[in-house]
Design a protein around this ligand. Sequence first.
Ligand SMILES: Cc1cc2nc3c(=O)[nH]c(=O)nc-3n(C[C@H](O)[C@H](O)[C@H](O)COP(=O)(O)OP(=O)(O)OC[C@H]3O[C@@H](n4cnc5c(N)ncnc54)[C@H](O)[C@@H]3O)c2cc1C
Ligand SMILES: NC(=O)c1ccc[n+]([C@@H]2O[C@H](COP(=O)([O-])OP(=O)(O)OC[C@H]3O[C@@H](n4cnc5c(N)ncnc54)[C@H](O)[C@@H]3O)[C@@H](O)[C@H]2O)c1
Length: 484
Amino acid sequence: MTDLLEPDLCVVGAGAAGLSVAAVAASLGASVVLVEKGAGGGLMGGECLFNGCVPSKSVIAAAAHAHAARTGGPFGVATHEPEVDYAALRDHVRAVIAAIAPNDSVARYRAMGVTVLAEEARFVDARTMEAGAARIRARRFVLATGSRPLVPPIQGLAQTPFLTNETLFDLAERPSRLLVVGAGPIGLELAQAHRRLGAAVTLLSNGPVLPREDREVAGILAAALRAEGVDLRESVEVLGAERAGEGVRLRLRAGEGARQEHIEGSHLLVATGREPTVEGLGLEAAGIAHGPDGIAVDARLRTSNRRVYAIGDCATGGTGGLRFTHAASNHASLVVRDALFRLPAKVDPTTIPRVVYTDPEIAAVGLSEEEAFRKDKRARILRWPVAENDRAQAERSTHGLVKAFVGRDGRVLGCTIAAPHAGELIALWTLAMAKGLKARDIAGIVMPYPTYSELTKRAAVETLRPFATNPWVQRWRRLVRTLG
Ligand SMILES: Cc1cc2nc3c(=O)[nH]c(=O)nc-3n(C[C@H](O)[C@H](O)[C@H](O)COP(=O)(O)OP(=O)(O)OC[C@H]3O[C@@H](n4cnc5c(N)ncnc54)[C@H](O)[C@@H]3O)c2cc1C
Ligand SMILES: NC(=O)c1ccc[n+]([C@@H]2O[C@H](COP(=O)([O-])OP(=O)(O)OC[C@H]3O[C@@H](n4cnc5c(N)ncnc54)[C@H](O)[C@@H]3O)[C@@H](O)[C@H]2O)c1
């Protein structure tokens, strides 16, 4: 017998995006059905919890300990080459996931009043989904089915053993010689972490490091990786892959006309982007337009079917192509407003920060330098180097800079940072973007000394530099002096 469910909202996928929608909507009194195919095996939480943010940041934390053991010399602390027990590191990663998992559990969501179905959902027509024995005719549907690793069409790759973020964190032994393909956030974070954990690492990319970020800031990161011994090779074409004994061999070419060469490793990590999870959803039956980048949505996250939204990693278009956990949460709050209260709101990608958790950390929000000058020819760049920060000097962590872009009226248009804790520093610039603040609003804040936050203030104070040399200001200063 088929159960007919008629909730206010049916959410498909219990990752960062779907869980946020379900929790907020249920707390506001809406009836919610949440369909997650992994729920039967306890897999609520999606990519971020099991294969993404949480395990990668746990590995990065372990790598920071290993790095500290080698780099205490200038502080007068004896250094040593740390021994890394990769199986114990895997247990650490699993323990962190287990500590967070109860927040996302079926039990917690059922306690909130959400009906959780451990099934795979698919549309059978424009307003009905099927999930196991249930038929769901919801007032609104929210698709939050996420993404998975995009495997590039490299000759022989399919027959060659390779790792992705879905398998790397299950290894019990550290790769001795890791080849990483892709210099986006995943490749960079995991390449540096594994180098610090003692692996020989080669990082290959068909373009530059962080192709979508500021070139100066990306260059600072590239130099830092090379200084730590990562063999970073940008603008390299990977032509083929094959098994070589217990390991792998790649065939490369460093640009048009260059000679082909071979490189071998014990393990290969493919980190060349993501593709949306949309197959089997019955999108055609529901008249929902989609393409290789995902389900097409407008800035209100509506699909071509007026009853259906798509959010998080599976959506494209109005999301600005940003695939982050915090972007997914932002989408969720906008959709709940729109679906439950008809309070439409648009995604504003310029207020969604981007962080890469390397050392130095890279963070950015808003417009890039090029975009800022395209928007306002009289825009200005406010810069402050990390080396001018006393805390950075004390910690001998002096590489990097804050670089903010402001319009002729002083309003913040964007900011990009390479610095320790850049992910924390970007918060204030994000507030400035969201609220239309001027750099002088930030310049006026008192920051505690000695903190990295002073970098933010010092960059913002640069906005006042023309003021200092303004003839009227100088005239006023001279006048005040004559008054005694
Ligand atoms: C290695 C790595 C590190 C990352 N680090 C960060 C970071 O530090 N910070 C950050 O902000 N972002 C990070 N991200 C990105 C972040 O993980 C994603 O943006 C986020 O997880 C997307 O959430 P989502 O809910 O859209 O999708 P997912 O988390 O992928 O969830 C989708 C869910 O839908 C379910 N599903 C799919 N199809 C169906 C169906 N037909 N029926 C039922 N259920 C279905 C899946 O089982 C899954 O549970 C990282 C990603 C990776 C890979
Ligand atoms: N810190 C974070 O917030 C974080 C961390 C990891 C992942 N993520 C998210 O996950 C998503 C995926 O990250 P990603 O790093 O896999 O993808 P990406 O799309 O950001 O970068 C892919 C990289 O692979 C390279 N590449 C692509 N095809 C190649 C090929 N055939 N040969 C060589 N190089 C090739 C590209 O030039 C690029 O450097 C991102 O959208 C990001 O938002 C976020």
